[in-house]
Structures are given as C-alpha cells and as structure tokens.
Design a protein around this ligand. Sequence first.
Ligand SMILES: Cc1cc2nc3c(=O)[nH]c(=O)nc-3n(C[C@H](O)[C@H](O)[C@H](O)COP(=O)(O)OP(=O)(O)OC[C@H]3O[C@@H](n4cnc5c(N)ncnc54)[C@H](O)[C@@H]3O)c2cc1C
Length: 420
Amino acid sequence: MQRLLVLGGGTAGTMVVNKLRRKLSRSEWEITVVDQDDKHLYQPGFLLIPFGVYRPAEVVKSRHRFVPDGAQLVLGEIDRVDPAGNKVLLTDGRRLSYDYLIIATGTTPRPDQTPGMLGPQWRTSIFDFYSLDGATALADALRDFQGGRLVVHVTDMPIKCPVAPLEFTFLAEADFRRRGMRDQVEITYVTPLPGAFTKPIASELLESMLDERKIAVEPDFMVERIDPQARTLISYDEREIPFDLLVTVPLNMGAAYIERSGLGDELNYVEVDKHTLQSKAHGNIFAIGDASNIPTSKSGSAAHFSVEIFTRNFLRHVNGKPMTGACDGHTNCFVETGDGKGLLIDFNYDTEPLPGSYPVPAIGPFALLRETKANHWGKLAFRWMYWNVLLPGRPLPLPARMSMAGKHLPGAHHTAKEQT
Ligand SMILES: Cc1cc2nc3c(=O)[nH]c(=O)nc-3n(C[C@H](O)[C@H](O)[C@H](O)COP(=O)(O)OP(=O)(O)OC[C@H]3O[C@@H](n4cnc5c(N)ncnc54)[C@H](O)[C@@H]3O)c2cc1C
C-alpha cells in the first residue's frame, strides 16, 4: 500500500483529495487528510459578513461532508514534519507515516506580529476581516460607527486575496453613502505597496476608482507599530496615521510547524518549483495553495487552477514518468466595487491583468477590468460553485492555464486579441 498524506483540509487540500481519490486505485493507495478542526470556512464570504450580506453560519460547513469515501480525515494539530523519516507528528503525540506528502495548510493572519495590534483596542477600534471572528465583530462595529476616520490597512505582502482590502474599502464607501453618512467619514487606504495593487494596469484603474470616491491612498507605508492609546499607525519612516476605526489585514504567514520542520522561507512558505509545486528539498513533498512560495496571488482560484495541473503531474510522477505540466500562476478574482457592481481580473506569472472579456472572447459574460453588474453576480454565484463544484473536485469548463483569448492591451483599437 502507498500512503498519501495531505496536510490541511481547506480549499486546496480538499480539492486535491477529491481529485486524486478518483484517480488512485483504492487497493494500492491509502489517502489521509489532516486538519485541526471540522469547520471548513468559505473565506471569500468573510468580506461580505461586515456588510450583512452573509451571516457567519452561511460560510461554515463540516469538513467531513467534503472528504470522499475511501479517504480518511484525521482531526488534530500538526506539530512537525520529519522529512528524513517520512513522518508527521501531531501535537497530541500521534504519528502519521507517508510515502508522499502534500502540504496544504495555507496562510494565516498574525496580528501578534505587529506591536500594539493585539493591544487594548483589538476588536474595540482595531478589527480584521481575515478571520471569521474578526469579520463577525466588524459587522457590529460598522453598524455602530457614527463617522470619523476609517483607515483600511495592509500590513505587508504577500496576503491572500490581495484585492480583498480594496474591495472592503469600496464596499464601506458605498455603504456609508447608502446610509447617508458619507460626508461624516474620512477614508484612507494604507498600503506597503507603491500603489493600490501589485500589477501596474490594474493598479492605475483601481487608484482612479479610489480617487473618484474621494478615498485617500497612503502608499509605501511599512507599519512599525500601533499606538493603541493614541489610536495611530506608525511607520518605520515615522509617518503617523490616526484612526477612529482601523480595519487591518495583519501579516499573513504560513503555519508555524513549517518553520519547526525546516521546510519554509522567512514567512513559513514552502519553497517549491513554481511549475511542478515539488519541494526544492524533498522529492516526495509537494506544497499546494497558499502554503507554497509560488509568485502568484494567494487565492482559491490560483489553488484551483494549479491543483488541476498538479494532479496530472502527480499521477505521472508516482508512475515514474516526468512531470510535463507546468503551473503558470493562473489566477482570477472578482473584485467587488460597491453599488452592486464588480470587476474581474485574470492573470498569471507573466501576464498582468488586462481588459477584455472572460471566459468567451467578446461575449463574456464577464468583463475584465471593467465594472459590471454581471461581475458582481459572478462573485455571489461563486459561493455555490465553491461548495458544489470546486471542493468536490468536479471539472469546471475553464482552461487551467491562462488564455490570452479575449484580452487586449489598453490603447489597442481592437476589443479582443484573439489568440490563445
Ligand atoms: C477575506 C478573504 C477573501 C477572499 N476572497 C477570495 C476570492 O474572492 N477569490 C479567491 O479565489 N480567493 C479568495 N480568498 C483566498 C482563499 O480563501 C484562499 O486563498 C484559499 O482558501 C487557500 O486555500 P488553501 O487550501 O491553500 O488554504 P486554506 O483554505 O486556508 O486551508 C488551510 C487549512 O490548513 C489547516 N491548518 C493550518 N495549520 C494547521 C495545523 N498546524 N494543523 C492542522 N491543520 C492546519 C487549516 O485549519 C485550514 O483548514 C479570500 C480570503 C480571505 C481571507
């Protein structure tokens, strides 16, 4: 019997277990997935909880529902990996042996890493929406907010879903307008990046949208600490930004056991080959989803597209064949922009988000880098797709690698550069 062990039963771990269980013979392969709890969280839903669009119960389901027959779910906290002994130790003393290991323990917000963040103002005037508790507490805080300085802040990159803090900012601005209190709120978007987003064309558009909405941007801001008494963000270059309500995205880090196991970089992301997701140090270890250090946006969609390619490669690898598929960092994200509209961005390692239509050239139904109602409905429909298509590992009729069909460079006169 060959033993496949998957660490983490979140988005990527659950998808890969479902896909591989169908492909690997039950008489030859034992598949086990480990997670610390039985609550699978639909994290994109956290964005909409503060605005009352989703209730917390609508983004949580039991992990057991999504683990297929023929795969075992072990609930327990991972303490460390012993790559030399091909074993994983859990904190309760259990040991799990493997022939192949897939690490899918994602990335976690770490408010403890910024001095002052977890101080007396945490969940009083300082909130996050990258955790279910945080998003739930923020819903009450936003409802009670009577006006003042709202600061939306990103501690450092990379973060999962790097557009989410921008989406929060747009939604909050639209919400204040709807409540007739926009003129009582000063909104500032504070980012460590030189602009609103990581990629230049999208960044230019997003900055113009922030400007139209009279949202100030404070770029290149590397937070050193928060002064909870003065309710001020302080940067290493001694800039100070006061707030009445701070919505921060804390530093994101891979799981601490990755550092204890000697498998990660300085943020605990597993160093892998960006095309095969194979560990650079150990041939029988792979990392998928947010847990790896591949240079693309950490997102459920990047996890989904790369898992498609990874699965095919893995089946070749265990059969002694070379891995011929190459992950290209393909990601797409709906970006809520308020007032029932949204953008869509689609990109990979080499191509930044470009305007156009997706997935069908000139038809869409989704518009790339343009605000439409269809994009907003696409975002809302994604929750159903997540539970019913993506997690169970069912095929989606979209190419896993990014296509240039339907995309065009700004300034070009045609609407679609029809090439694949
Ligand atoms: C606010 C927000 C909005 C988002 N919006 C979008 C969006 O619109 N589109 C999109 O594509 N993506 C979005 N994302 C990102 C998306 O949710 C993640 O990128 C995706 O879930 C990553 O999947 P993963 O399997 O790598 O990690 P996860 O789904 O986070 O799974 C990791 C699992 O590992 C487990 N684990 C971790 N450490 C241990 C340990 N020591 N022991 C045992 N178990 C452990 C955790 O319990 C968890 O279940 C959003 C995320 C947030 C927070």
